[in-house]
Design a protein around this ligand. Structure first.
Ligand code: WT7
Length: 656
């Protein structure tokens, strides 16, 4: 365990507050304690039941799990279904066409309401339009959109056609978009002129143009939603306005059923090496688990709840808990385009009051920001409709948890701290509201149907009170099926550290009751505001600047964002000439923003003469983290040159 983990462990052991389920909540809870027993008695029968009860299958499956070629899983073998039909059409057929699916709120204050019947028309039109452009089963479609209804409509239209979408977060650069388009060999890109961020239009189309100028040869068409009315460059024959091709398309589209294992989407996430991993999710297992978890963990009552997951569709949370989970369950939800402080810092709470939000799902980084802004701000709004709160993306500090429950949850709302990953597709470890007595800061127990353990270096399970690595010990329906185009990397990354078990990359501790406390990433992936970034990716971006010779990036603990990238760079001899009057810190931060996106911008850039390295040439980031967090240095004995750290520290004195 690193020094950070040990420190966290000490803090955790003193957290003794407990929150038993409110009686009235428990009396009516969707989840029951029997679920654990039922799943433990026969895990596969439990999942088969979830699949059959929660989804509509055109053809029933004949086998629940085929694990004959691990780690390559097949769930609900032989079953056929259409994900979009399950998320949209069947609710209309059941007589719920008038139910609101999406209350959309644009950042400037414009709004749109889409019922399930509206969604069915829009998704059908988009599917017809994409099909007319040649998109069909097995194709890949890149999606680069702001948080507007067309994002969900596009994803569902792809699913309807059996094509896999690859959503690229709108904050990513042209280069990041290009490499993702190329890796997936997408043939269509769906984008917008721009979206609203912090009170101003923020362009998207220029990044698509730049990406396709630099590469992305597989792309034949680009469909552009008009949102901000910014001027856009136009490539005749390739570019099409959404309002031309989609609005004129037929509202009738028959959703064909596809194999349970048909690819549903690819979503890129950072790995320990530079190249992002294309996480592949398929249809039947994924939809089963997101529908099941969305209903039980959020205590969902689709007829009365107003659910709001404040994540962008560019991240997995948006895929599973904005699009597929809630819509499969026929929920009514809020979708918000913009930032929490535009036009004022009470925007979220104004939205909650306006729509009567009952369930709110947010990230600890947002909660910490609201804490910083002060409780008077939410206090100005009526939040009495909120009855359940969720947290996701990183460990939530007990103080933030308690604040969230008291200030936002009216001192009564249970909080579900949900641990999962892009790779797991759906929630894995979380309390069940109405059942579990809550502990602030702990994700607590694997959900019914999920098997997890904390193991030591040798892979032996640790007992209560022990710490180590989090592993998943049995396959689960929404597990990633592979890394797109790289089965070997899939095996190496997740299944080789502890053979037969899935290595999540997170450190964890079990308390005396056996509850799980997550301690953050054990590899060189950092978590900034709930978004995963690889140190290597940022280092590569820094090194691509002509003034930089070498770079090492670490994730330093940060009160606001969880972790923040801190960069140590060695400048080239000609750096002065390259940089001129520009401050190296500013130049390099801007460069990283351009190469990867603003989220990856180092909080600090420290210019050093040398970097600490092991004999095998590996940079010892652990020591740099000690420096970045102003801590005493750990073990320096494996360094080639133990004097290096002294030089770095001396050089930094006065630099801050
Ligand atoms: C990593 C996965 C899950 C969707 C958003 C992030 C961290 C996630 C929790 C939690 C402690 C958490 C882990 C995990 N993480 N949720 N409730 N408690 N840590 O997805 O980008 O794939 O990141 O986020 O470190 O491995 P992701």
């Amino acid at each position: 365990m690193s020094t950070t983990s040990t420190k966290t462990l000490e803090n955790l052991s003193v957290e003794s507050r407990r929150f038993p389920p409110p009686e009235d909540f428990a009396a009516q809870a969707v989840a029951t304690a029997e679920l654990y027993e039922e799943a433990a008695a026969d895990r596969l029968a439990f999942w088969a039941k979830q699949a059959r009860e929660r989804l509509s299958w055109e053809t029933d499956f004949t086998e629940t799990l085929d694990w004959s070629d691990p780690p390559f899983a097949k769930w609900f073998v032989g079953g056929r279904l259409n994900a979009a039909y399950n998320c949209v059409d069947r609710h209309v057929e059941a007589g719920n066409g008038d139910r609101v699916a999406i209350h959309w709120e644009g950042e400037p204050g414009d709004t749109r309401t889409l019922t399930y019947a509206d969604l069915q028309r829009e998704v059908s039109k988009a599917a017809n339009a994409f099909a007319a452009l040649g998109v069909g089963q097995g194709d890949r479609v890149a999606v680069y959109l702001p948080m507007i209804p067309e994002a969900a409509i596009t994803m569902l239209a792809c699913a309807r056609l059996g094509a896999a979408h690859s959503v690229v977060f709108g904050g990513f650069s042209a280069d990041a978009l290009r490499s993702r388009i190329e890796d997936a060999e997408a043939t269509l890109v769906v984008t917008a002129d721009g979206g609203y961020r912090r009170g101003a239009p923020s362009a998207l189309k220029p990044a698509v143009d730049a990406a396709l100028e630099a590469g992305g040869a597989s792309v034949k068409d680009v469909v552009v939603v008009r949102r901000t009315e910014q001027d856009v460059e136009w490539t005749e024959g390739r570019d099409h306005w959404w309002h031309d091709v989609v609005d004129s398309a037929s509202e009738e589209h028959t959703a064909e059923a596809f194999d349970s294992e048909n690819p549903l989407y690819i979503l890129y996430t950072s790995g320990t090496t530079g190249k992002p991993k294309g996480i592949l999710h398929t249809t039947g297992g994924y939809l089963t688990q997101v529908a099941y978890t969305h209903a039980t963990v959020f205590d969902l009552r689709p007829e009365t709840d107003v659910y709001w997951c404040a994540a962008d569709v560019g991240w997995v949370t948006g895929h599973s808990y904005v699009v597929y989970g809630p819509l499969a369950n026929g929920a009514t939800q809020v979708m918000y385009e913009g930032t929490p402080d535009t036009p004022h810092k009470g925007r979220w709470w104004e939205i909650c009051a306006k729509y009567g939000v009952t369930i709110l799902y947010a990230a600890p980084t947002a909660i910490r920001t609201f804490m910083k802004w002060g409780e008077e701000i939410p206090g100005e709004h009526d939040l009495s409709s909120i009855r359940l709160l969720g947290s996701v993306g990183e460990p939530i500090n007990p103080e933030a948890w308690v604040w969230y429950r008291r200030v936002i949850g009216g001192d009564t709302a249970p909080i579900v701290d949900t641990w999962w990953q892009t790779e797991t597709g759906g929630m894995m470890i979380s309390p069940l509201p109405g059942v579990t007595t809550l502990k602030p800061g702990s994700a607590q127990v694997p959900l019914p149907g999920i098997s997890a353990a904390v193991v030591d270096d040798e892979g032996n399970p640790v007992g209560p009170g022990g710490g180590g690595y989090l592993v998943l010990t049995e396959p689960w329906p929404s597990m990633l099926r592979t890394i797109w185009g790289d089965d070997q990397r899939f095996k190496d990354t997740y299944w080789s550290r502890f053979p037969g078990r899935y290595f999540a990359g997170d450190g964890a501790k079990l308390d005396e009751d056996g509850d799980v406390w997550l301690l953050g990433r054990v590899d060189d992936v950092m978590n900034v505001s709930g978004h995963r970034l690889s140190t290597t990716e940022i280092e590569s971006a820094l090194v691509s600047h002509p003034a930089v010779a070498e770079a090492a990036v670490v994730g330093a603990t940060d009160d606001m964002t969880g972790q923040a990238p801190v960069a140590f760079v060695i400048l080239r001899g000609n750096a002065d000439a390259v940089l001129g009057d520009t401050d190296p810190q500013e130049a390099l931060r801007a460069h990283v923003a351009k190469e990867i996106g603003a989220i990856a911008k180092p909080k600090r850039v420290l210019v050093v003469q040398e970097l600490p390295k092991t004999r095998s040439g590996k940079i010892m980031r652990r020591l740099l983290r000690d420096v970045a967090e102003n801590r005493e240095l750990g073990d320096v004995t494996t360094l080639t040159d133990a004097g290096v750290m002294g030089l770095i520290q001396d050089g930094l004195k006065g630099a801050k």
